[in-house]
Design a protein around this ligand. Structure first.
Ligand code: PLZ
Length: 430
């Protein structure tokens, strides 16, 4: 059945609230590419939103899933436990920053992990307030909608939202007048102290590099200052590494780029090679502040997802995907800088590892420091890429960021071909 026919069926079966970036339907996917049901090949700069870091249908993941499906599909860890759940928690403790005793718990989605990190932080501190940042994205459930910044499409009309969530300014070098990291942190901390009160803060949650909000990389020194303040205030510092984790940025976790050691880390996406799995991992005394039975869910840490996760981590180690992510960065950044020499609409190039973005802006009128976003052109460039067989995504509070999240196993030639398509799309839309 063709994509066109499938699309017709979809419109009378699938709620329109669930939308898709392209209208081609996938048939198979492997490594750095996808093939649609019309036989067309795509270069994948999306990885299913930073999920298939080890590649789609990665051989070890496929084998582990097949073997597990034959042994048992589900028991519920809360009813009949199994080894792979324990092994994934051990892996999380090993891989996350911090040389201290840790515990972990597993869930199904990123949003669920974030919700549970808040539950744990509230138990650990006996406090209620949750501090988040401008441009943040933490999910689509009620509590995480409150924590997510952007109204459309995530929140509009879905309130009322959970209380006790407070938003403070982010470090966003292109748009905050070039504040240094420590200056931007001082601004945020002042707001927390004056408007929330240090003694009320259960948790400060932040994405070390913001994902949906625009691949915003805070100025150096911002994250350590925020983490340091949280510690001194007796609040739990939570790094939401759901999009940045598991080799995506060239380290196991993006917090490591600045030596930040979070109290708790939320993980999902890349951790299980495409199977739905998420987790919270961190300081044992905080995690264990919750009474037995206080955390859980029917499917959290499903055995098939756990088997996939163990295989994905093995693949990351075996193929040294941190080095691969850094090589992808080394291929992207110079190419994008060359594009920017000819394209005044490229207002910023940023990111780390295989989490790279360009922010499209209009030429800055003299006297203005902050460039005006150009979401119209961003959509045009994305559509031109799609028409040429390159899967790219947009993001950002202003909808003017093109982001690149290739699988870490993508070949140099595929990246080159993707960059060529992107260059043409940019030049055609200047
Ligand atoms: N925290 C940092 O990036 C998911 C969402 C796409 P779930 N980002 C992609 C969309 O439009 O729904 C994400 C994230 C960060 C939390 C989440 C939420 O993870 O697995 O989608 O619930």
């Amino acid at each position: 059945m063709s994509s066109e026919e499938l699309h017709k069926r979809r419109t009378s079966a699938v709620a329109r609230g669930v939308s898709s970036v392209i209208s081609s339907y996938v048939d198979t996917a492997a490594g750095g590419g996808l093939t649609d049901v019309d036989g067309r090949e795509w270069i994948d700069f999306a990885s299913g939103i930073a999920v298939t870091s080890v590649g789609n249908a990665a051989p070890r993941v496929v084998a582990a899933v097949q073997a597990q499906v034959e042994r048992f599909t589900h028991t519920c860890f809360m009813v009949t436990p199994y080894e792979s759940y324990v092994a994934v928690c051990e892996r999380l403790a090993e891989l996350t920053p911090g040389d201290f005793d840790k515990r972990a718990a597993l869930f199904n989605s990123g949003a669920e992990a974030v919700e549970n990190a808040v539950k744990i932080a509230r138990h650990a501190t006996g406090r209620t307030a949750v501090v988040v940042f401008d441009h943040a994205y933490h999910g689509r459930t009620n509590l995480t909608m409150a924590m997510t910044a952007k109204s459309m499409p995530y929140k509009s009309g879905f309130g009322p939202f959970a209380p006790e969530v407070y938003r403070v300014p982010m470090s966003y070098p292109l748009r905050d007048g070039g504040l240094s990291g420590p200056e931007a942190a001082a601004r945020a901390i002042d707001m927390i102290e004056k408007q929330v009160g240090a003694a009320n803060v259960a948790a400060v949650l932040i994405e070390p590099i913001q994902g949906e909000g625009g691949f915003v990389v805070p100025a150096r020194g911002f994250l350590p200052a925020i983490a340091g303040w949280a510690r001194s205030a007796g609040a739990v510092f939570v790094a939401d590494e759901i999009q940045t984790g598991f080799c995506r940025t060239g380290n196991w976790f993006a917090s490591e780029h600045e030596g930040v050691v979070p109290d708790l880390v939320t993980v999902a996406k890349g951790m299980a090679g495409g199977l739905p799995l998420a987790g919270v991992v961190g300081r044992a005394e905080m995690m264990d502040a919750v009474h037995p039975g206080g955390l859980g869910g029917t499917y959290g840490g499903n055995p098939i997802a756990c088997a996939a996760s163990l295989a994905a981590v093995e693949t990351m180690r075996e193929l040294d995907l941190n080095t691969a992510a850094r090589a992808i960065e080394a291929q992207f950044l110079p190419a994008l800088s060359t594009f920017a020499e000819r394209d005044p609409g490229i207002g910023d190039i940023r990111g780390r590892g295989a989490m790279i973005a360009i922010e499209l802006t209009r030429p800055v009128p003299s006297g203005l420091i902050v460039p005006e976003p150009d979401p119209g052109r961003t959509g045009q460039v994305a559509r031109a890429c799609h028409a040429a067989g390159l899967l790219v995504l947009t993001c950002g509070t202003y909808g003017n960021v093109l982001r690149f999240l290739p699988p870490l196993v993508i070949s140099e030639a595929e990246v080159d071909r993707g960059l060529e398509i992107l260059e043409t799309a940019l030049l055609d839309t200047i």
